[in-house]
Design a protein around this ligand. Structure first.
Ligand SMILES: Cc1cc2nc3c(=O)[nH]c(=O)nc-3n(C[C@H](O)[C@H](O)[C@H](O)COP(=O)(O)OP(=O)(O)OC[C@H]3O[C@@H](n4cnc5c(N)ncnc54)[C@H](O)[C@@H]3O)c2cc1C
Length: 394
């Protein structure tokens, strides 16, 4: 998920926390003088009977920016595409086309035949979109090598298209914004039934934030998105909240999109399941490095960090009530294992495969830097649910 520009959105944490605790309409941050539209929202059911699976997953975050570059290592050319933090889905299609263009413009690859072998390491969203882009660009000998193909962070991610939870330096932020705009065009085509190959993996739904600056989406406005509106969300229980609405927000159904990408790639590329210890072990002179957190050790990259996220799936809801997305930033603190946590509250209309049609919705909100499965920080699940209930005035 996003936190662009950089992690700066967290500077507003204290004010947001006060506003959530009060459970009342917060003071307006709008510059507009017109009366905001009031929208009725039925909150999800958040009692124990309506809570489903608890999920933990890990964002591959790289301080400074994702690594999207071409490197010559001995006789091998390595094209890096990793470290997209909480915005891997938001950026993947644009990032894939950015690195393929970069590789084609590089002196070592400019004259290379498109029938020579290429290996893509990693089968998350970044690896699959990179393989997709290579095939679309005419490469005919692509193999995707990965240690795992299922149950990845890419499957579990919430699905908000917004460039957040990254830590980009200002120059790279401009590149990341351009890439995100390209990706928005891709998913908007999928959502609007205009994409020639994919349908059903994305939908257009309103995305609500407390402030425009929290969304990371302002660079998209006027290019691919309409300006956000000031609105008041009325939860029908006495609680109202002033928010901003991007009515052309995009929710990505990550499980559907992963399956669709696999189905599209299956007849066009080879898949091989194995762990790679060193790129030089691969019998191929061109390797695309899309290994997410695995790229940290493959490249000895000290800028890479794992950022843990907690998610609680909802069940037995009214799906029609949850066709929107909400993200607000809360406080910062330490988890029970002493790790730095940035807390937010978000709700997306996520649905996991093999669950009932009414098992829709996910509550999320943590960003725990440096956490691994050895430090699950279980107490964050309950805290996250309390924050969600406070937000809705329950
Ligand atoms: C809680 C949570 C919510 C999120 N929500 C959103 C959201 O709403 N919007 C958004 O844009 N993003 C979101 N994200 C971020 C997004 O999920 C990630 O940025 C993205 O999934 C990263 O994709 P990836 O392909 O780089 O990595 P992964 O999905 O982790 O895939 C890595 C691949 O590399 C392979 N690999 C690794 N090491 C090796 C090795 N040594 N040898 C062989 N193979 C290897 C793995 O097996 C795997 O196939 C969220 C993340 C979390 C944790």
């Amino acid at each position: 998920m996003t936190i662009s520009p950089g992690l700066n959105s967290w500077t507003l944490l204290a004010a947001a926390f006060v506003s959530i605790a009060a459970c009342q309409t917060k003071p307006s941050t709008s510059t507009s003088t017109s009366t905001p539209e009031v929208r009725s929202i039925t909150p999800p059911k958040l009692d124990g009977a309506h809570l489903g699976e608890r999920l933990l997953c890990y964002r591959p975050m790289r301080h400074g920016s994702p690594n999207m570059s071409v490197e010559q290592v001995g006789s091998q050319t390595v094209v890096h595409n990793y470290g997209h933090g909480g915005s891997g889905w938001t950026l993947a299609p644009g990032s894939a086309s950015y690195v393929v263009d970069l590789a084609e413009a590089s002196p070592q690859l400019a004259a290379r035949s498109k029938s020579e072998p290429i290996i893509v390491v990693g089968a998350g969203v970044v690896g699959l979109f990179t393989a997709y882009e290579l095939v679309q660009s005419g490469y005919t000998n692509v193999t995707v090598v990965a240690e795992r193909f299922d149950g990845l962070t890419s499957h579990v991610a919430a699905g908000l298209l917004a460039p957040v939870s990254m830590d980009n330096d200002p120059e790279m932020q401009k590149v990341v914004d351009r890439i995100g705009i390209d990706a928005y065009r891709f998913f908007a085509d999928v959502a609007r039934g205009k994409h020639p190959e994919f349908e059903g993996g994305a939908v257009v739904v309103p995305a609500y934030f407390e402030r425009r600056s929290d969304s990371g989406l302002e660079p998209y406005v006027g290019v691919v998105m309409e300006p956000a509106k000031d609105v008041v969300l009325d939860f029908g229980n006495g609680t109202r909240r002033e928010m901003v609405a991007y009515d052309d927000g995009i929710f990505i159904d990550t499980a559907v999109m992963m399956k669709d990408l696999h189905d599209w790639l299956r007849p066009r590329v080879k898949f091989e399941q194995r762990r790679v210890e060193h790129f030089s072990d691969l019998p191929c002179s061109v390797v695309y490095d899309c290994a997410g957190l695995g790229s940290a050790s493959l490249n000895d990259d000290s800028k890479m960090v794992s950022v843990q996220g907690h998610l609680v799936m909802l069940k037995d809801q009214q799906p029609k009530d949850l066709q929107h997305m909400i993200l607000i930033y809360l406080d910062e603190g330490r988890t029970e294992s002493g790790q730095k946590v940035k807390r937010s509250f978000y709700m997306m209309p996520k649905h996991l495969p093999d669950t009932g049609p009414n098992d829709v919705g996910v509550i999320g909100g943590t960003f725990v830097e440096g956490a691994t499965p050895a430090t699950p920080n279980e107490a964050e699940f309950e805290r996250m649910l309390q924050n969600a209930r406070r937000f809705y005035g329950m």
